[in-house]
Design a protein around this ligand. Sequence first.
Ligand code: ADP
Ligand code: 5GP
Length: 195
Amino acid sequence: MASSVPPDRRPLVISGPSGAGKGTLSQKLIDAHPNTFELTVSHTTRQPRPGEKDGISYHFVSVETYHTLKSNGDLIEDAMYTDDFYGTSKAALAAILDKGLIPILDIEMTGVKQVKANPEFGARYIFIRPRNLDVLEQRLRGRGTESEQKIQARLDQARRELEFAETVGVFDRVIVNDDLERAYEELERFIFELE
Ligand code: ADP
Ligand code: 5GP
């Protein structure tokens, strides 16, 4: 790819069901374009997965700390997802903008609705989806990071997310992550406006 500078420098909001490949595609984008994009580090009350590091994957916090952040108005959006809280802090966003980089927010649909309704937050909205729910289930199981109960909760939530993505005017682009390389190229072409 020739250009490493997207003409549109608004934050990227990447949403989609758990297991769709949001993390994989975002990381590919970051690796392919050094010093251009950075993922916002959200706060969450969920337990870390093996290999996840506090302050890098997430800020792993207690429910009390989370509620303090929320009541202090420190979060630009927040949601409850399968019994855990998740939120993007103003500080996480500002840290990336201050470096002159383009923030990527990997957030679920309640958060998408909140930032879309915020006139001060301009962004581009991308939805990553699997070909179908069977593929999603295989990927979630293949990742091996959730209990059976959590996998079922995530699949239930996935149905709602896929329905939400049909709402006209919410997402600027819906990408089917079937073949990873093909999906990545589509993502890159969209972000760099090469089509
Ligand atoms: P998300 O961040 O949306 O929850 P991940 O990026 O963690 O999803 O991907 C879920 C699992 O599916 C991971 O094990 C990842 O390696 C795998 N995966 C992602 N994209 C593809 C693809 N196009 N084909 C096959 N496996 C994929
Ligand atoms: P996971 O537990 O797999 O890391 O994330 C579960 C879901 O929470 C994913 O859909 C992810 O996009 C979403 N998520 C992660 N961080 C945030 C956040 O800060 N805000 C919101 N609204 N959703 C988030």
